[in-house]
Every structure is written in structure tokens, then in C-alpha cells.
Design a protein around this ligand. Sequence first.
Ligand code: APR
Length: 270
Amino acid sequence: MESRLIDKTVELLLEAEHVIVLTGAGISTESGVPDFRSPGGIWERYDPTMFFIERFLINPGEVWRCMLDMHSSREFSLWDARPNVGHQALAYLEEVGIVRTVITQNIDNLHQKAGSRNVIEFHGNLLFARCMKCRRKYGYEQVLIDLQTRVPPRCRCGGILKPDAIFFGEAIPEEAMRRSFNEAEDCDLMLVIGTSAQVEPAASLPLIAKGMSSYFWGAGNIPLPKRRSHVVEINRMPTSLTGHVSDFLVQGTTGEALSLIEEKVRRRKG
Ligand code: APR
């Protein structure tokens, strides 16, 4: 891992006035939660069409049986995973007033468990389920009990429960979308951590942070002004953003990179 890029990231973090972070599944792999597209990832083990919203509406029981299989399979320990040093480093950077917001595509609740308070869950949270009729929310422990007697689980009102993660084809929650786009527009530094940046609309956030998205092209195709901003990637391999959107890629594991960054910030803050 190039220490000069770690040092450069620390400088940018200390100089910036509005720092946000966009995380993906890569920050949770060191907690034992597989990501989606790396070799051995979730989409090699489970059919992604299982998580198309149409499929859930047609056959919710089938999707819930798949969820039960995920929950019982040891390699997919999302429900009892613990935050790793990467999550903890981001919680520290928020605590000392450097990171203002974490926008996460992850559904594993690990940023919150690590102590991050200002977290935008762009794709919801798999540790909860919600009634499709009255919108009442349930913890997954309660749902597991209900699943022992009936599939799909149901709400007290009789409505079917749906996992509170956003399925493919389902709208991003309006508030999460609005807040995330505003944060991306206003920030002067975005760390993009552990994401392949392949899934929209989350993948547009780094472009907006950089003032590159067509979102900024006003009438007559004149780019609207955006104050100078930086986008820094932390990933074990390059992505579609590397060399095009991000200023640079800190290539390595998120745990090692973020631990080094935290250590250097602590030293600078004394
Ligand atoms: N350290 C650094 N990078 C890592 C690590 C690690 N320990 N583990 C994985 N990565 C990187 C991979 O190289 C990859 O670029 O994290 C990225 C994970 O990419 P994906 O598996 O595509 O996950 P993500 O980008 O979060 O997917 C976005 O797609 O399937 C949907 O809803 C799902 O939120 C998810 C969205």
C-alpha cells in the first residue's frame, strides 16, 4: 500500500470542510460478510433475480425461504457480524468532526454498530422487515420466530412482511436519495470505500461529488459551478471510477488503509 497516498488522504481529510464517505460491501468483507461481485461473492452463491422486487411480489415465500437459507449458512454471517477496524476508523473520524456523513450501500448495520451516527442507508437494512400494508417495522429476531410457523411472515395487521433492504427495481427511499445527492453536491471530499461503483443511482454519487455528472449540466449544456472537490478511492483493485473520476486509488484492504489513516490523524490531532 503506497504510504504517500495514505499521507495525501490524511492531508485532504484535515484540509477539507465537508467530508463524506460512500461505502460498499468491500468494507464488510473483513467482518466475514461476503461482497457481491468478487470471486466467491454473494452473486456466485445466490441468484440475483431472487432479489428483484417483481419476484418478491409474485412469490414472497420463495424469497423468504432463500433468506432463511442465507441466515443459516455460516459463510454469510451478516446478522451476527461485528464491525471491523475499517468501520471503527470511520466512526472515529466522525467523532473528531472530520467525517460528516457516511452514505452506505450496505444493509448490514455495521457502521451503526461501530458507532457512526450520521449514516444514510441507501439500500435499506436487512436486520429489519417492514409490513407491506401498514409499514410497521420488525427486528429480524421477531421475524425469525414468525417464520417458524408461517412463510411468508406476516404483520399483526395481516400484511406480508418484506425485508427492509431495497430490492432491484425498487425505488431508493426518497429521503436517503435526496440527502445523499445533496451531500455529494455540497462535499469537498468524498472517500469511496469498498465499492465496485456498478449499481445506479449510488454509482452517480462520486460523479456528482466531482461535479462531473450531467446532473450539473444546466440549460444550454453549461456546467453549473461546483467548488473544487476531491474523490479518493480505497479498494483492493481499480474500479470504473479509477483514473476517470477519482483523484487517486489507495490500493489495498479497507481495514489496513483506514487503520493507517486513523493512526495518522490521531497523531496529528495529538
Ligand atoms: N478491501 C478493499 N476492497 C475490497 C475488500 C477489502 N477487504 N473486499 C472487497 N473489496 C472491493 C472489491 O474489489 C469490489 O470493488 O469491494 C468492492 C465490492 O464490490 P461489490 O461486490 O460490487 O459490492 P458493492 O459495490 O457494494 O455493490 C453495490 O450492488 O448487488 C448490489 O445492492 C447490492 O449494495 C450492493 C450494490
